[in-house]
Design a binder for this molecule. Structure first.
Ligand code: DX5
Ligand code: ZN
Length: 217
């Protein structure tokens, strides 16, 4: 069964605590927080202050996805804010190894993220040092986009490397996830599913989360 990480990018910001409590009581394992800087991706979302505000109201694993250029400058702020996992896009820095080291030195789980156009080979040298790999299943920047099926082969590739090298990172998927698209990803080796619009643009977010679990039983 896949672990579920609702993305609050699609939550109701005016009633954010209510939405977070709903998914937490409903069995979410993670809370996915999308940080966008208007440079690496066109949109702007929120920063470390947002994570700091959420920390005391939830026991969920705060899974912070940095869609920012040169993330190494911001890592300490997100560590201090109380993130449990910090993900950095390999395309956003010339120093992916250093960025991951900074995350680990902060005592936080380190994640490397690849865009749909980025091959797994680019992150092979750092796979031994990460706790999680995020395979973007849409181009980052917006919620509500259509799942890109060609990304599934990369999940399988990462799963194979994991077995062959005896590593134990989680494989997370993000973008266009629903009860249909999650199935092939799970079969290929995905262990955590981010879902934004599918969960929150619904009258019953908990039923939507359950449908992801049901589809991957
Ligand atoms: C996309 C973000 C996602 C987004 C997913 O740039 O990284 O986490 O919230 O949204 P959905 O599930 O609606 O595709
Ligand atoms: Zn994300």
């Amino acid at each position: 069964m896949i672990k579920v990480a609702p993305s609050i990018l699609s939550a109701d910001y005016v009633n954010l605590q209510r939405d977070i409590e709903k998914v937490e009581k409903g069995g979410a394992e993670y809370l996915h927080i999308d940080v966008m800087d208007g440079t690496f991706v066109p949109s702007i979302s929120y920063g470390p202050g947002f994570v700091k505000a959420i920390r005391p109201i939830s026991k969920l694993i705060l899974d912070v996805h940095l869609m920012v250029q040169n993330p190494e400058h911001l890592i300490q702020d997100f560590v201090d804010a109380g993130a449990d996992v910090i993900g950095v896009q390999v395309e956003a820095t010339s120093h992916i190894h250093r960025a991951l080291q900074l995350i680990k030195n902060g005592g936080v789980k380190a994640e490397v993220v690849i865009n749909p156009g980025t091959p797994v080979s680019l992150i092979e040298p750092v796979l031994g040092m990460v706790d999680q790999v995020l395979v973007m299943t849409v181009n980052p920047g917006f919620g509500g986009q259509k799942f890109l099926p060609e990304t599934v082969a990369k999940i399988a590739e990462l799963d194979k490397i994991k077995q062959e090298r005896g590593l134990n990172y989680d494989i997370e998927i993000d973008g266009g996830v629903n009860d249909k698209t999650v199935v092939d990803c799970y079969k290929a080796g995905a262990t955590v599913a981010v879902a934004g619009s599918y969960v929150f643009n619904s009258d019953d977010p908990v039923a939507k989360m359950n449908s992801l679990k049901e589809a991957t039983k």
